[in-house]
Design a protein around this ligand. Structure first.
Ligand SMILES: [Zn+2]
Length: 434
């Protein structure tokens, strides 16, 4: 309630915030490619060498970490695919966006927290937008249709016009999250070293210029902070002739007869639920089954990955080395690029840029974990964060006030108190004269 009142009196202290994600924008994509707008943004603001996404390094889990500040095992959106091991039902990325119970599972995304504290928020295409959390949704939202061209630059500009012109300018929203599905798709299809990828990086660069121009046109430059980042990077998949593929059905001693439910043929990760009494034999059969396949019992997944404690995780977790994907019965995946690998792999690191009135200028900062963006955003918006795995200490050095919005706040409150005292004494003075 106090925060509500503070926000009501003091729009000047807390700025608006735009969080943008370009899916799969690897940390080093601006190398050897002309990116004048990203370069200008780095001069005007902050650039991190890279950010480390949470594991599993795929879209929905990583974006929900960005929105909640929690590692994947702590927020429970463990995969892009929703599944039910009893009915064998699976829902792909888009359909899974609408399964409320999958998302509303203990961690509140920043929109809901901000709204509860008196702010107005919006979200366009950002993973998690379609779901309802404890009966609430993000105030203003747009969810893409099931079939959607994620790479259309004209459509990108219409979406930007809506977010800047309508949502921030006309409707006076305080926080908006905005998602672009590229350069992920081009990175998958053509590979991270392709000409097509380079062209898409230039499209992203033009878009960053367009966003900043729009913000300027609406006189929001001094009232709006922008954070641009991504959910993961992209690694080149090694061609068949160079490698021996990982195909589980070909591993001696392993049989799908022992498996009750599987999540396979989805990039470099996989999960298995063995039938009753078969856990040990399945584990022993797969372990050592391929030199580039890592097989873990759920509880033995390295702690640094934060991907072992959630009840939705299946008892056996498979991870391939960069360059490899995991197939079940036979190869079904023919991408030239993929992600979902160990977040220590440099190819999984994402980019991070920020600019605006609260950010320092021309500052290059050391790498940090993506979960730390959440406490930074809460701090910028002046809201109290939920419990989270991030630390403001890891990001606040990029701010002009070094995290001391409170000093500004104290000054303004002090001034208001002074005005109050002056008015009261003036009124008393008037009364005593009368
Ligand atoms: Zn992808």
């Amino acid at each position: 309630d106090l925060t509500k009142r503070i926000h009501c009196i003091l729009p000047a202290v807390f700025k608006k915030l735009l969080l943008i994600s370009f899916d799969g924008f690897r940390w080093d994509y601006d190398r050897d490619i002309e990116t004048p707008n990203l370069d200008k943004m780095a001069r005007d603001g902050v650039k991190a060498l890279y950010v480390t996404p949470p594991f599993l390094t795929i879209t929905s889990p990583a974006h929900f970490s960005l929105l909640t500040g929690n590692y994947v095992e702590n927020h429970g959106v463990i995969h892009n695919i929703w599944f039910n091991t009893t009915t064998q039902e699976k829902k792909q990325y888009h359909a899974a966006q609408f399964v409320d119970s999958y998302w509303d599972n203990g961690s509140l995304p920043i929109w809901i927290t901000a709204q509860r504290q008196g702010l107005k928020t919006g979200s366009l295409h950002f993973p998690g937008t379609a779901a309802t959390y404890k009966g609430e949704t993000v105030n203003v939202r747009q969810v893409e249709p099931a079939i959607y061209n994620h790479g259309n630059e004209t459509e990108w500009r219409l979406n930007i016009d809506k977010v800047i012109g309508e949502w921030f300018h006309q409707q006076d929203l305080d926080f908006v999250s905005l998602y672009f599905g590229e350069p992920d798709l081009v990175g998958h299809k053509f590979g991270p070293d392709s000409l097509e990828l380079r062209e898409m990086v230039q499209q992203v660069d033009r878009t960053v210029g367009y966003i900043r121009d729009k913000i300027h046109d609406h006189a929001l430059t001094d009232r709006l902070n922008i954070i641009i980042t991504a959910d993961h990077g992209m690694a080149k998949i090694l061609p068949d002739k160079q490698i021996q593929r990982i195909i589980l059905s070909k591993i001696p001693g392993f049989s799908f007869k022992d498996i009750q439910f599987q999540l396979l043929d989805y990039g470099p990760g996989g999960m298995l639920l063995p039938k009753k009494g078969k856990l040990e034999s399945v584990y022993q059969a797969l372990k050592g089954g391929h030199p580039h396949l890592h097989v873990y019992k759920k509880e033995d997944v390295p702690a640094r990955l934060h991907y072992s404690s959630h009840p939705r995780l299946l008892p056996i977790i498979l991870m391939a080395d960069p360059g490899y994907v995991i197939s079940g019965f036979f190869p079904l995946q023919f991408n030239k690029g993929d992600h979902g690998f160990d977040n220590e792999a440099m190819d999984m690191k994402a980019f991070f840029r920020a600019v605006g009135p609260d950010f320092q200028k021309n500052l290059m900062v050391d790498p940090f974990d993506l979960v730390n963006v959440y406490p930074l955003m809460c701090h910028l918006l002046g809201i109290k964060p939920e419990r989270n795995d991030g630390h403001l200490d890891k990001t606040k050095h990029m701010l002009v006030h070094n995290g001391n919005v409170l000093i500004g706040l104290a000054t303004v409150i002090g001034l208001l108190a002074l005005v109050f005292i002056v008015m009261v004494s003036y009124n008393k003075c008037k009364r005593s004269k009368a």
